[in-house]
Design a protein around this ligand. Structure first.
Ligand SMILES: *Cc1c(COP(=O)(O)O)cnc(C)c1O
Length: 419
């Protein structure tokens, strides 16, 4: 029997008169009042339906980070509760989009905000807003954009896997490298200038100069900052810097629903973005629909995010990094260090390195051992072949870091013996 009280917080729980007797009638134990930071009501596990196990799947400890293929994040209990609450009644989607957008905008200090299906969804709607605006004929015609402003300028080093979300609108991407080339590339067909925040170190034009050129030329600018909170200040930093549109993932550091994203920025462009997507059926963005649950879920996640004690969270991450480091520290040939990825996923991580002469195992072998062992553990996918494992702690649930330390130590020790 599915537990009908999944994700309820203490407040909701206490509001229900006689719930305890109803629950015992269903053979369920009452939930403990305590709900941990990751949305798991303590003591609730036993009564839950094991959906993944039913499907023959094995859930894992996420020591990798907010990767879409790994289902990114687990939402806080308050977010799950808000989504459940939202699911109980019918509501006008246009009215909800507007009201939630207003609340989010005021929380993050933006003119306007739109809940999208993800950062990729936000990129499509933002581009459509710059190409079609609020013009019904153009909105219906896209991605056929002949005669419209349909060029988007990128720095060459900012081309990336998600630029398909921009190309979906039927635009041509024009590549430049220097500020001079950028100025020369702007013409009457230029719809938008795009900046990939995490590529800032690779490009010759930095984010501040880029937005200044956009403003001087009077062309709307969009910055993709999908995975770039924390730091929490980034939520408002690029608006303040002058970007017309800023896109974030809802299901990464903000820990909202996996199928949610945030488009922030200028009121007229946000409204146009809204017109270019759901619930408007004949629009290029209609496939990126969000429901009432995602809209309310992301709004709640943003409320929590701006209130969170980010310093305390940071300290807790460092404590977990250090505990995992200690668990493997005694193994011969093993070295560890705490590191911060640059820009995206900028939170404390642990690197575990080993001497291949002492431990004859590749990083893929170690990752495979962790994936196939018990409990199943995923570590951060990283490029290269050097003997080094990257462990993320920010998506771990309470108590999981001990298991990560223990399993890493077991796998490395077993290999050390064989060497
Ligand atoms: C994750 C990511 C996206 C896509 O975000 P979704 O919320 O999954 O749609 C886009 N751009 C960058 C840079 C990302 O890291």
């Amino acid at each position: 029997m599915q537990n009908p009280f999944n994700g309820w917080t203490r407040r909701y729980f206490l509001q229900g008169a006689g719930l305890t007797s109803v629950m015992s009638g269903l053979g369920l134990r009452p939930l403990s009042a305590a709900v941990n930071d990751h949305g798991i009501a303590k003591g609730a596990r036993r009564a839950r339906r094991k959906i993944y196990e039913e499907l023959g799947l094995r859930p894992f400890i996420n020591a990798a980070g907010t990767y879409t293929t790994l289902s990114a994040c687990v939402m806080p209990a308050e977010v799950v509760a808000a989504m459940e609450e939202a699911s109980r009644q019918h509501i006008s989607i246009p009215e909800l989009h507007e009201a939630a957008g207003k609340r989010i905008a005021s929380l993050v200090g933006s003119d306007a905000a739109l809940v999208t299906s993800g950062c990729a969804g936000a990129l499509t709607l933002a581009t459509a807003a710059c190409v079609c605006g609020s013009d019904g004929d153009k909105i219906r015609r896209a991605p056929e954009t002949s005669g419209m402003k349909n060029e988007v300028i990128f720095q060459k080093s900012h081309r990336f896997g998600y630029d398909h979300a921009i190309r979906n609108v039927g635009v041509t991407i024009v590549e430049v490298e220097t500020a001079q080339e950028l100025e020369r590339a702007v013409n009457e067909r230029t719809a938008m200038l795009f900046f990939l925040n995490s590529a800032d170190p690779q490009g010759q034009i930095k984010r501040q100069e880029f937005v200044e050129i956009a403003r001087r030329k009077g062309i709307p600018s969009l910055i993709d900052a999908a995975a770039d909170v924390p730091p929490a200040e980034n939520l408002s930093a690029y608006i303040k810097m002058g970007y017309d549109l800023v896109a974030f993932s809802g299901g990464k550091g903000i820990r909202g629903p996996q199928c949610s994203g945030l488009l922030l920025g200028r009121k007229d462009l946000i409204h146009a973005a809204y017109l270019n997507g759901s619930p408007h059926s004949d629009s290029v963005g209609r496939g990126g629909k969000v429901g009432k649950e995602e809209i309310v879920g992301l709004m709640t996640a943003v409320e929590l995010f701006v209130k969170r004690d980010h310093q305390a969270t940071w300290k807790d991450w460092e404590r977990q990094v250090s505990a995992i480091s200690k668990a493997v520290a005694g193994i011969k040939g093993v070295e560890t260090e705490q590191f911060l990825p640059v820009i995206a996923n900028q939170v404390p991580h642990l690197a575990i390195k080993w001497d291949p002469k002492a431990i004859a195992m590749t990083r893929d072998d170690v990752a495979k051992n962790l994936r196939e062992g018990e409990p199943r553990i995923e570590v951060r996918p990283s490029a290269g072949n050097d003997p080094r494992l990257e462990v993320a702690v920010w998506m771990l649930q309470p108590g999981e870091y001990q298991a990560v330390g223990k399993r890493c130590a077991e796998v490395l020790k077993a290999a050390a013996k064989q060497a």
